[in-house]
Design a protein around this ligand. Sequence first.
Ligand SMILES: C[S@@+](CC[C@H](N)C(=O)[O-])C[C@H]1O[C@@H](n2cnc3c(N)ncnc32)[C@H](O)[C@@H]1O
Length: 201
Amino acid sequence: MLLGAGYDSRAYHFAAELRGRTTFEVDHPATAERKARLVQRQRRRLPDARVTRVTIDFQRQSLEERLVAEGFRRAPTFWVWEGVAPYLSRAAVKATLATIRALSAPGSDLAMDFWFLLDAPDALATAVRMSSQLLSLLGEPVTFALDPEDAPDFLRRAGFVTVDVALPADLEARYVRDGRRIYPADYLTHARTRAAGGRRR
Ligand SMILES: C[S@@+](CC[C@H](N)C(=O)[O-])C[C@H]1O[C@@H](n2cnc3c(N)ncnc32)[C@H](O)[C@@H]1O
């Protein structure tokens, strides 16, 4: 399940591993329609993949209603929600996490990234703080941030157990082999749904 799928092409990259399982690509209609056209143009070069496209505006529509309408049923699911939460309101992030929780059968995983405010006074941190402000001028205001320290608690309140919080340096050490840098105010979390009736603190 790719929430805010954008041009993520994992459904095609991992077509063999997915062995015919459906990838739901959930996105804003404008992006989803452009991607559908691009995929159609590249059809002969792409492996067969079972992709169900679901259009939504996360700020206004119910994820559960949209998924159920497109045939999704509660099942063990790998939810990927990357590059979207920073652009939503806190209420929309929490509502989407509640839906993910409700639609997740045991054995489900969530990979989700967050942005946070770099608090160092140096030039690099200042530039990063300004860059997120500049996105407003491009019509993409950054409206939600969460410090990595607070992520496990935030996710716990939403019904998840955090397995991992990977900071930019962790991600670079694990995955980057060509010297590129991860955006310094972005980090990735891996969480699992907490068993129903699990202890709440
Ligand atoms: C920065 S891209 C991330 C794409 C992809 N997940 C990735 O990591 O490469 C943000 C995506 O979120 C989607 N998005 C942003 N706001 C949205 C909203 N209110 N409702 C639905 N999708 C939204 C955009 O259409 C876009 O595909």
